[in-house]
Design a protein around this ligand. Sequence first.
Ligand SMILES: C[S@@+](CC[C@H](N)C(=O)[O-])C[C@H]1O[C@@H](n2cnc3c(N)ncnc32)[C@H](O)[C@@H]1O
Length: 339
Amino acid sequence: MSPAIWSKIEQLSWPADWPALFGRDAPLLMEIGFGSGQYLIELAGRRPEANVIGVEISVPALRRAGRKLERRGLNHVCLIQGDANAVLRALCAPGSLAAVVINFPDPWPKLDHDARRLIDNDFLCLLATRMAAGAPLDIATDHDDYAAQIAAALARSPTFESRSGATFALEEPGRAPTKYERVALAEGRTPRYFAWRRNDAPATTPFPIPEEYAMPHVVLRGPADLTEIGRRFRPSVILFDGGRVRFIEAYRALGGDKLLIETYINEDPIRQRLGLEVRARANGEIVIGLAEVGFPRPTRGVHAAIAALANWLRAEFPALIVVHSALQEEYAHAQDERY
Ligand SMILES: C[S@@+](CC[C@H](N)C(=O)[O-])C[C@H]1O[C@@H](n2cnc3c(N)ncnc32)[C@H](O)[C@@H]1O
């Protein structure tokens, strides 16, 4: 894959087929939050034998780094757009990462914002499931409070150990400084460099790869037309075991036989904004399914959303009956009542 073409989590298989994406099987190195990409480029240049994954939330950062990598002909780098938690959970098989680097993660310096920091006990537990025994974990930060938090989390973790015996060092000789590192040094702050490794203790929590199910749909029959359904639609939120669905807006197709329900599904850490489709068949039936817009993944939350939409329709139009339902067991049951 060209490094200038980055992928979103939902475009790839879960876990990702890295050998197919890179065109070869090789040790997987990951940099999380590469920002302007200097370190990623240096890492890729230094490790031509490895497959290098760069993870970033910021799309402009991905575009810029992709162009730089392409100009340098570094084709063994794969860029992924997304939150590191979701990338690790969905794309990385257990024990698959041979090294992880996190340079100057966002410090969230405001007092009540520290919960937003990437590196905490839970994150290290997740990381421990995805890293191979012996794989190095390198973290750098110039933020005093975050450094203390990282030190405490690493010290508590039964699955990581220091490579040097020290918690951190104040310099890393030969290191290519990142953009944030240069700013920190210029402004007189002292970066802390944590050189740790995954030990061979078993991970404490499994963090399974998110499951995908068959494409869900529900077929209803009865007196309800799309105009009336669209008129009655109101934004709403439903909770299901494992997350939250928000029905945002309903759109009518110009052709007339479809409603698109814009829907946000949060199954932390996987989040999808997708379309559910309510389609009128010529025989009078109404089909609720997943619209082929973007790269929707038929997760448990999607099944919950379609079940909730079907239930809402049956509550609004009590004469509707369920003709057919292809939903996960737990949601199919709710549909059965009216057969
Ligand atoms: C403070 S900057 C550091 C950038 C670069 N590593 C450096 O040292 O110059 C933090 C970077 O992490 C990215 N980021 C923040 N949270 C992230 C997350 N949960 N997953 C992936 N990237 C993230 C941000 O978009 C930003 O580019």
